[in-house]
Design a protein around this ligand. Structure first.
Ligand code: ATP
Ligand code: MG
Length: 700
């Protein structure tokens, strides 16, 4: 139509412009308070929001993302770093409600996932082969063991650090930038004499990683930092890809992460960090709340925003948690207040033993549920995953659905790792750790043969056929034939479309028998493998599947299947660490027993005790309306190896905190005396009258 109405004119190409809106079209005042709104609208330059639990830090960050997009910043040029993938997903979903689908283009995720993405993209330019495999912590420890063995430290007479300890020291060194010797002196004085040996093992570990094209978790951060620091050309491209960087839970980042951020801010200084020093709970992974306290120095001049109004919890809950954290030795002081009045002081529940604790929690959950609280608005928090075992059994018996976060991960289960090892050698034939795992599964193959096999494969440069050329000792012949057959089949299938689900079926044709041989109860494990297969088929290929698993080890199978929230209404059982940043209408903190929470391992060390206190603070500040802290008095057959012990309430709930709580002692229906009815208005029976009547004259 238009063509016929207007004479043909030369087409003028008008360059597309970025949308620039100088003033925010959105009015935040109804949704944010003045300080939050100012932070959300902060224009450019470093910004620090340091504030207590539930003051809307995360919410402010979401609005800030929305505001930046409103202002015309391109969403793909925003990097939002969070502690878990789940957190990033939730924040971007909320931002989407504010500014629409543009927010889905924001780069959101964890530091490790972002490091991984950048390494796949820029690694080849920095000397890293593109098809590297990521090792999780367990794999890294196994490789440390191989390095230790190869240097002859396998059968040490004297006490020598174990693979887990070696890996811990190594990782600590990288993440905290402290010298090995210093770490040993502080944490393992008994191993100081081995400093030189330990350094040799680390060197061996590092060269094995590079020969086998393996990358560990720490490398994902370290290589990212190095690309920013060692090559201007690469650094310009990485840092130049973003105009704004925002980080939640900054108190749980480490020095290496702070280094990365400095590198990312080489061309601009638009960095916003948000956190609470009183909730720093990851020092065991090298995090330091110094990062947040030092932010104004490192990114100067920084605008600092503090928030003191809590929007999450009722005043009685805040009274208790404020008192609890006021005992911390070192903190950036803040006294939280709220307009959310409430009459219910948090409950401090003493039970006779674990069984009674379980019964109390389940009964109370059902009661809350009947009163209208959905199950997913209720959480039970534990210091360590195993502490909910009794509760899980009872919930299962009573058909109450629950999800578990944290604790033992599905992927850490040995049989799941076994199957994944097969997939991993297909993906990276040089993956020594996975080869060793597979070989040790096979009947007739032990450590000596396994090492010989790997040696012979290394001599053939790990070519895909290398295994079948190995000449096995007679005992291992059957195993060798079976395994070689499987590998051939898998490699052949791989020629066309790789299908992970089908690969898993082929692997199971061999592995299910191994599994049945190794475990007494194989059914639930086989069911796990069925689950793994279902999940795998949701991924486009083997590499994508393996990378997803290694990067964000799911805490439950639902997580793994992609849905972060389940559709069914289910209660949440979570470790306190995994509950960070979340909130529920009702929260139970169970096993508030000294030696359990704080954990007995922290008792001798002031810094660790302080961290446990912050962890208790994180736990109790998750509750909106109902909070119950429970502890059993007697423990039979304790996990600490005694037959019986009488427990003490956690030291963190001291007299002052107790004064802000109400004591609750559950009544036990079995041991209770028969209920005595309250007197009614008049006696229902008149014994005297009965007796009198008996002798009264009357008709016989
Ligand atoms: P944490 O320290 O536990 O991570 P946080 O400071 O990140 O907490 P948020 O989770 O952002 O706090 O907010 C806590 C709760 O308060 C959320 O439900 C949030 O929606 C609500 N909230 C925060 N600010 C406001 C506000 N201005 N108006 C209404 N609700 C708010
Ligand atoms: Mg938060």
């Amino acid at each position: 139509m238009a063509d016929s109405q207007f004479p043909a004119a030369p087409t003028l190409l008008y360059p597309a412009r970025e949308r620039v809106v100088t003033e925010s079209p959105r009015d935040f005042t109804a949704e944010l308070n003045a300080e939050q709104a100012a932070a959300a609208r902060h224009v450019d330059g470093p910004l620090l929001i340091i504030a207590g639990a539930g003051t809307g830090k995360t919410r402010t960050l979401v609005y800030r993302v929305a505001h930046l997009i409103d202002r015309g910043v391109r969403p793909e040029r925003i990097l939002l770093l969070t502690f878990t993938r789940r957190a990033a997903h939730e924040m971007l979903t909320r931002a989407e409600r504010l500014v629409g689908s543009a927010s889905t283009r924001v780069n959101g995720g964890t530091f490790h996932a972002t490091g991984h993405r950048l390494l796949r993209q820029f690694g080849p330019e920095a000397g890293l082969a593109r098809d590297f495999s990521i090792m999780d912590q367990g794999d890294a420890e196994d490789l440390m063991q191989l390095a230790r063995g190869a240097l002859g430290y396998g059968k040490q007479e004297k006490r020598f650090p174990k693979k887990e300890t070696l890996h811990y020291i190594y990782s600590r060194h990288l993440n905290t930038e402290r010298a090995i010797e210093e770490i040993l002196e502080a944490e393992y004085p008994q191993f100081v004499e081995f400093t030189a040996d330990i350094v040799r093992i680390f060197a061996e570990y590092t060269s094995r990683k590079s020969e086998r094209n393996l990358v560990d978790y720490d490398d994902l951060l370290l290589f990212w930092a190095l690309m920013l620091e060692q090559s201007n050309a690469i650094a310009d491209r990485i840092a130049g890809a973003y105009d704004h960087i925002l980080i939640d839970e900054y108190q749980d980042t480490n020095l290496l992460q702070a280094r990365i951020l400095r590198g990312m801010c080489r061309t601009h200084r638009n960095i916003t960090v948000v956190g609470d020093d009183a909730q720093s709970v990851y020092s065991f992974r090298g995090a330091s709340f110094r990062n947040i306290l030092d932010f104004p120095k490192q990114f100067s001049p920084a605008q600092i925003v503090t928030l003191e109004q809590n929007y999450r919890s009722t005043q009685p809950i805040l009274d208790a948690t404020n008192t609890l954290i006021s005992r911390a030795l070192e903190r950036f002081s803040k006294q939280l207040w709220t307009q959310r009045t409430g009459t219910e002081a948090p409950w401090l529940v003493t039970t006779r033993d674990e069984q009674q604790q379980t019964r109390f929690v389940v009964d109370r959950i059902l009661e809350l549920h009947e009163e209208g609280t959905p199950l997913h608005e209720i959480a039970v928090l534990v210091r360590a995953g195993y502490m909910s075992a009794d509760l899980e059994i009872e919930l299962t018996n009573r058909n109450i659905p629950f999800e578990k976060w944290g604790g033992l991960k599905f992927l850490e289960a040995a049989h799941v790792k076994d199957v994944l090892a097969f997939l991993r050698v297909l993906e990276n034939p040089r993956d020594e750790v996975s080869w060793y795992r597979i070989l040790m599964l096979m009947p007739g193959i032990g450590d000596v043969t396994a090492r010989a096999v790997m040696q012979s494969m290394a001599e053939r440069s790990w070519d895909p056929d290398a295994f079948s050329h190995f000449v096995p000792p007679p005992r291992a012949r059957d195993a060798h034939r079976a395994l070689a057959g499987l590998l051939r089949e898998l490699l052949a299938s791989h020629a066309d479309e790789p299908n992970v689900g089908e690969d898993i079926d082929r692997i199971r044709a061999l592995y299910d028998a191994v599994l049945a041989e190794r475990y007494d109860r194989s059914e639930p494990r086989l069911a796990d493998l069925d689950q793994l297969r279902t999940i795998a088929s949701g991924y486009p290929g083997r590499a994508a599947f393996l990378a997803a698993l290694a990067l964000e080890p799911p805490s439950n199978t639902q997580d793994l299947a992609g849905g972060s929230e389940s559709d069914d209404d289910a209660l949440v059982i979570s470790t306190v660490h995994s509950a960070k940043g979340k909130e529920w209408d009702a929260v139970f903190v169970i096993w508030a027993v000294d030696g359990w929470f704080p954990s007995s391992r922290s008792l001798g060390d002031e810094e660790q005790l302080e961290e446990e206190r912050r962890l208790m603070y994180v736990a109790m500040t998750r509750a909106r309306n109902h909070l119950a802290v429970t502890y059993p008095l007697n423990v039979y057959a304790t996990r600490r190896g005694q037959d019986y012990s009488i427990d003490q309430l956690t030291r963190f709930i001291d007299r002052g905190v107790r004064d802000k709580m109400q004591r609750v002692v559950p009544q036990d229906s079995e041991s209770l005396a028969p209920e005595v009815a309250a007197p009614s208005a008049g006696p229902s029976l008149d014994l005297r009258a009965l007796l009198r009547g008996r002798w009264a004259p009357g008709p016989k």
